[in-house]
Every structure is written in structure tokens, then in C-alpha cells.
Design a protein around this ligand. Structure first.
Ligand code: 6LW
Length: 507
């Protein structure tokens, strides 16, 4: 049966997976986006539906002041004796490793239990009533301690299990008991083009761990022509038939010279054990955009609607804020069937929580559109569509009041540059309703706007490469959404969004 990779398109890095009977659950990293750690469900490993977020309360996740490349790093999800555990790292000041629990992954998760052990990329292993925590450590390697789940304290001193094969940044550990061995799978090389999975095993939980003779067990590092790169940070799961699968991250460099702007995405790869008891991923072949494998019976979910008309009482799960949002900055109830945004003085250049609600750009080729009503009364008020990689690399396509006139404009923030690359004055008596369209292709974004007359007006282009991770830095991917700014803190003009849609045009 064929299936397409990525199985989760857009910024869904560092995937971790577990199975409970026929149900699979998967979580990914979210950095400074709120809510944190989306959780997905599947029955066939190919069709996934988001069922919630593990961290959706301020008491669970405080991202205030966190650098955009910090926040929530790699999560791990595990199930043990009726309880789901999600363990992760809050990187930055007052951060550390912590876990939350639930008995219903579609519902709320607990408040954090902070863990004593340092490092990043925590994972849990349960055996004989004991719980073990693994994470990266110093000097470079993977460290493990036995922990007290209730207190988060180490019951044993974290001990080096394995330093990897010598690649930089040994990280992303997961430990499995399979047959008579303990298997430790990690990533090395850094989460860029030299990324690779390596494995070691031991008959004893505490080692010594013997490296797999064919390490790296998976990598695209020597295959620059592959459309998938940076493969690594994997987790292993067995399906109900006893067949094995690996989920891992990859990037799709597409913006000309090797740059990627969608972020690191999640792949699914078949795996099997060879006669020597070592894991072989995808029969030793490279991952492909179109895979052939002995998949589980299909259990498709209906595609979520591409257009959100904001008629619900709560935001769709696909929407995210930059850090914890001020509750007064948005509303679904102030104006029925509208998402009302109230601008703050914070702009998308700031490291705070500007008024922005976005979703992952999940396709290289897609059409992004929104219709909104906005009559900026004060100089400098603005609202529209934002394409956001981080506070130094983002594009805005919107309406503002500049020098007393209402204008539609495009601004491109690229590092220290922030030019207005398009501007057109709107007649004061023209309708407040404007439709904005962004045509996204691998190399560029093309801007088009429509006023009440229905005539489409071009507003120029911007290059995707300047929103790529290689240019912008960091670990995230482009988010597309709606934003508003209002320098005047009193009498803010609301921007009422009628609908927003992202229509994928990828194969
Ligand atoms: C994560 C590390 C990695 O903690 O990137 O891809 C870091 N691997 O394991 C942030 O995603």
C-alpha cells in the first residue's frame, strides 16, 4: 500500500509515538507557540487527527520572555498502567524537564511535575514498578537515572549510558526492551543536514551499550539530492500485527538553494529486525515522499475544513498564539461569526505576545485567503495576514492608516530590513471589507487583494527563502495567520475576520 510522507506536514518536529491496543498517539515540539505540544490520534499510522494539546493552560506552560528558538523542545509520550505521560523540556529561564499526565488524551492533562534531572530531550522507561528518565547530559551523551514520579527527584545519580558514535549533539533518546535486549535509539549530528539515527543495545539496563554495527541506522546525510533531508529524532512503535515503524523528522528544502521554510515535519518509515537483532529502517532505503509498505488497514479521518468561518465557541485546534496571549487581544463572542482581533502596541517584531493567531503552513503550494472588516481610525493601526517564521523574519499583507490615509500594503521584515514593498491608498468611502490572498509556491509568496468591486489587484511578491530556517535560524517553521497592531492603547479599532482558509495545492 502506498502512502505519502510527511504524514504530518508543516512544523511538527521531534515526533514521539506510543500505542495503546489499536490506537496510536503522537506528539511534537512547539517552542514558543501556545497551546503547547499538539497530540494526534491514528489507527493506521497514516491518517492522523489532532485531538488536543497537552499544555493548554497558563499553569502548565508559561512562555513569557522565552526566546523564539526556546520554549518547548522535544516531547515524549508514553503509556503505562492506564496513564499517559508526556515528558518534555521548557528551554529558557525558569525552565527544565517536566511531565504531565492524563488518563484521557482527548481531555485535560495535569499540571507539571518538574524533574530534577537536567539536559533536554527527556524520555521515560518503565520496568518492574520502577521509572527511569533519560536525557542529554554533560559531557555529551545520554544519561539515565531512576526517578520518583511523585516528586520528580532522581533516586540515582544520572549516569552516562552511551555517548553515541561520535557525532555532535547525541540527543533524542528513547529506550525499549525488545526480546532479551535493551535498545537505545538516539540522534546525532545536529538537527540539520548531518542528522542521523544511531542505536546501541545491552542485556543490562545500565549497560554497557554496544553500538549497532551498521550505525547510523538511518540518515540522508550522504544523499543531498533526496527531497527529504535532516532525517532524525525518531521513535519506534510496533503495530497490532507485530510490525515495526519509526516516526522521525525531516525537512523538504524547496526554496532554491538548500533552504526550508515549513520547518521540520514528521515522517513514517517501516522497520524490521535483522537476523542479528538489529533494527533496519525502510529496508535500508532512503525515505521517499511516496512510500510503499505493508500498512495497516486504512482508517481515514475526514480532512478538516480548509476554511474556518469562526462560528464555534472555541478556536479550532489548528490555531496557535505566539507565547501566552493576552485574553483581551481576541474574541469569538464579541461579534458573532467573526474572529475579532484587537491590536496591541506589541508588533510582530517583538519578543512578547503580539495579537496574532496562526496555523502551520502545511503545504509548499497553497492558497491562503482571508476576508476581514477593518477601518483603522488611528495612525499606525494595522491588521491583515502575517507569514511568520520569527520576530526578525515575517511578512505582513494588510490594511493600515498611514499619513492620514487608509492603505493596503505589504511589509517584508528580513533581519534588519523592514521595507514596505507595496502600498495602495484606498478611497475613504470604499468598503471596510477587504479580501487578501497569498499564493504560496516553493520559491515565493504572491500577494493579491480584492475590494468590494471583486476585482483582484496584485500586490507584489516575497521570497520564501527569507523565511527559511537557514536564514532566520531557530527550529520552527512558517505560521500563517491573522494579526493586528494598535499603537493607541485606548479606543483600539477591532479587526473582524469573517473567514480564513488555507487550501493545499500539493499533490
Ligand atoms: C531537540 C533536539 C532536536 O531538542 O532539535 O531534532 C531540538 N532534534 O533533539 C529542538 O527541536
Amino acid at each position: 500500500m502506498q502512502y505519502r510522507n510527511p504524514i504530518l506536514s508543516g512544523m511538527y518536529p521531534d515526533p514521539s509515538i506510543c500505542r495503546v491496543e489499536d490506537d496510536f498517539y503522537l506528539v511534537t515540539s512547539t517552542f514558543c507557540y501556545f497551546p503547547g505540544v499538539p497530540i494526534f490520534h491514528s489507527r493506521d499510522l497514516i491518517h492522523w487527527r489532532q485531538i488536543g494539546h497537552c499544555l493548554n493552560r497558563d499553569s502548565q506552560l508559561n512562555l513569557k520572555g522565552k526566546h523564539s528558538a526556546h520554549g518547548i523542545y522535544a516531547p515524549t509520550i508514553r503509556y503505562h498502567e492506564g496513564t499517559f505521560y508526556m515528558v518534555t523540556t521548557l528551554v529558557g529561564e525558569h525552565g527544565g524537564n517536566f511531565y504531565v499526565t492524563t488518563d484521557d488524551p482527548t481531555g485535560s492533562w495535569s499540571d507539571p511535575v518538574w524533574l530534577e534531572q537536567e539536559g533536554i530531550d527527556p524520555t521515560l522507561y518503565f520496568e518492574d514498578g520502577r521509572v527511569y528518565l533519560l536525557s542529554t547530559g554533560t559531557p555529551s551523551g545520554i544519561y539515565m537515572s531512576e526517578i520518583d514520579l511523585l516528586t520528580g527527584k532522581c533516586l540515582t545519580t544520572p549516569r552516562l549510558l552511551w555517548g553515541g558514535m561520535g557525532g555532535r549533539y547525541p540527543e533524542g533518546p528513547h529506550l525499549y526492551r525488545i526480546g532479551t535486549y535493551y535498545y537505545l535509539m538516539i540522534s546525532e549530528g545536529g538537527t540539520e543536514y548531518a542528522h542521523r539515527l544511531t542505536m546501541a543495545r545491552s542485556s543490562n539496563l545500565w549497560g554497557p551499550y554496544t553500538p549497532c554495527p551498521h550505525n547510523p541506522i538511518f540518515s540522508h546525510q550522504d544523499h543531498p539530492s533526496s527531497p527529504l533531508q535532516a532525517t532524525g529524532h525518531g521513535d519506534l512503535v510496533m503495530d497490532t500485527r507485530g510490525q515495526w515503524w519509526v516516526v522521525c523528522l525531516a525537512i523538504r528544502p524547496s526554496a532554491g538553494f538548500p533552504t526550508h521554510h515549513l520547518g521540520r515535519e514528521t515522517l513514517l518509515l517501516p522497520a524490521a529486525w535483522d537476523e542479528a537483532g538489529w533494527l533496519v529502517i525502510n529496508q535500508g532505503k532512503l525515505a521517499a515522499l511516496m512510500m510503499e509498505a505493508d500498512t495497516l488497514p486504512a482508517f481515514p479521518y475526514p480532512d478538516p475544513p480548509s476554511r474556518d468561518t469562526f462560528e464555534g465557541a472555541s478556536l479550532d485546534l489548528r490555531w496557535n498564539f505566539i507565547r501566552n496571549p493576552p485574553s483581551a487581544s481576541w474574541s469569538l463572542v464579541d461579534h458573532p461569526r467573526r474572529l475579532r482581533l484587537l491590536g496591541q502596541s506589541a508588533t510582530l517584531d517583538d519578543g512578547g505576545s503580539p495579537t496574532f493567531i496562526g496555523q502551520r503552513q502545511s503545504a509548499l503550494n497553497c492558497q491562503i485567503r482571508t476576508q476581514f472588516s477593518f477601518l483603522p481610525a488611528h495612525e499606525g493601526e494595522e491588521a491583515g495576514i502575517a507569514l511568520y517564521q520569527n520576530e526578525h523574519h515575517h511578512y505582513e499583507f494588510g490594511v493600515t492608516r498611514r499619513a492620514g490615509e487608509r492603505v493596503v500594503f505589504v511589509r517584508q521584515r528580513i533581519g534588519v530590513l523592514s521595507p514596505i514593498t507595496f502600498e495602495h491608498v484606498l478611497a475613504e468611502d470604499s468598503s471596510a471589507v477587504v479580501t487578501l490572498r497569498v499564493e504560496a509556491s516553493p520559491l515565493e509568496y504572491r500577494f493579491v487583494y480584492t475590494l468590494g468591486d471583486g476585482i483582484e489587484h496584485p500586490a507584489g511578491i516575497a521570497l520564501t527563502r527569507y523565511l527559511s530556517s537557514e536564514v532566520a535560524g531557530g527550529f520552527t517553521g512558517v505560521f500563517v495567520g491573522m494579526y493586528a497592531i494598535s499603537p493607541a492603547s485606548e479606543a483600539v479599532t477591532p479587526a473582524d475576520f469573517h473567514w480564513f482558509e488555507l487550501i493545499s495545492q500539493d499533490e
